[in-house]
Write a protein that binds this ligand. Structure first.
Ligand code: AHM
Ligand code: MG
Length: 339
């Protein structure tokens, strides 16, 4: 097949896929499909900016720091503005939470809809300038009622997610989405600017042979994490695992879904609650991985059961193949004598 070969006439685009899904839901209004259309426009635009960043002078820092005290990159700013503006003009969202904004973002009354969206517009910023994969992550929640949106509406647990997904700007751009009915991957065909269904009903292997963690922090881990990672390198403790760590959550999770294994970002002495944020990094990934047959835990309870108390709350996370996650959770429970 050459790059100029036309698509199969029966290719399914992301929007046609969700229109079909919407048809199956009685009383569906089409608002969710409208919202996903806006997210895919943001994703296409960010993908184009990422691919051309070196040429159009989008590498480097914007000169500011965000609420987390992290240096903000020019691409972070662009991606954030795209998400916010496109979601506002979708007329489906009342309130948003972004990694880049200290407080919740409210939509003007006349443009409000029934959804709350939490997103990390561009995750893995430290990988931007060296051309390593980066991504966008989002979770969509339904507001419980039509009341004026408040910060409380943004503090929903993962059990209230109606759809979540991520976009990987890797060797190709891929959007992976779940609305609770399987996990599906759509690859961006740059020749026509459409996301095409290429991975229907992704399933994560029950066990893998890859562990993914920043081992530079070994000295900062609890004993349970040290024991688990040590076991994966010790042939006397069973089959040894391969180590893979991109340092971009979206890339590390996408590989974990495709090949199996485990991704770990535990508490460290420097970050006692872990680094990754619950609402817009951990919950969407936990939702996707759980819907693909894997699991995600903070070491004690499922990530999806955590009730947030702060929009930028962090949590330790262990996520991936069901048996691999069970193994680390058992070691954590054994070491803390919790049941
Ligand atoms: P960011 O939101 O500032 O980009 O940071 C999140 C990223 C994740 O993509 C990745 O899993 C993690 O930070 C890597 O952190 P570390 O460099 O501590 O291993
Ligand atoms: Mg992030």
């Amino acid at each position: 097949m050459t790059s100029h070969q036309p698509l199969d006439a029966d290719s399914i685009t992301l929007i046609s896929f969700f229109l079909e899904h919407q048809k199956k839901i009685p009383n569906a209004t089409g608002e969710l499909t409208q919202l996903l259309t806006s997210i895919q426009t943001a994703a296409k635009t960010i993908s184009s900016a990422v691919r051309r960043a070196g040429i159009i002078k989008l590498f480097g820092t914007s000169g500011t720091t965000n609420v987390q005290g992290e240096e903000v990159k020019k691409l972070d700013v662009l991606a954030n503005e795209l998400f916010i503006n496109l979601l506002k003009s979708s007329y489906t969202v009342s309130i948003m939470v972004s990694e880049e904004n200290e407080t919740v973002i409210e939509v003007d009354k006349e443009r409000q809809g029934k959804y709350m969206v939490a997103f990390d517009p561009l995750d893995g910023s430290s990988n931007i300038d060296c051309l390593v994969s980066i991504g966008s992550i989002f979770a969509i929640f339904k507001k419980p009622d039509n009341s004026v949106p408040t910060v409380k509406d943004a503090l929903m647990s993962g059990r209230n997610v109606v759809a979540a997904g991520y976009v990987l700007y890797g060797s190709a751009t891929m959007m992976v989405i779940s609305t609770g009915d399987g996990v599906h991957g759509f690859m961006l065909d740059p020749t026509i600017g459409e996301f095409i269904l290429t991975e229907h009903n992704l399933k994560i292997p029950k066990r893998g042979n890859i562990y993914s963690i920043n081992e530079g922090y070994t000295h900062q881990w609890d004993e349970a994490i040290k024991e688990y990672v040590q076991n994966k390198k010790d042939p006397s403790k069973g089959k040894t695992y391969n180590a893979r760590y991109v340092g971009s959550m979206v890339a590390d999770i996408h590989r974990t879904i495709k090949y199996g294994g485990i991704f770990l970002y535990p508490a460290t002495t420097a970050s006692p609650k872990g680094k990754l944020r619950l609402l817009y990094e951990c919950v969407p990934m936990a939702y996707i991985v759980s819907n693909a047959g894997g699991s995600a835990s903070n070491g004690k309870i499922p990530i999806l059961d955590i009730q947030p108390t702060n929009i930028h709350e962090r949590t330790p996370i262990f996520l991936g193949s069901i048996e691999d996650v069970e193994e680390i959770v058992d070691i954590i429970k054994k070491q803390c004598n919790c049941s």
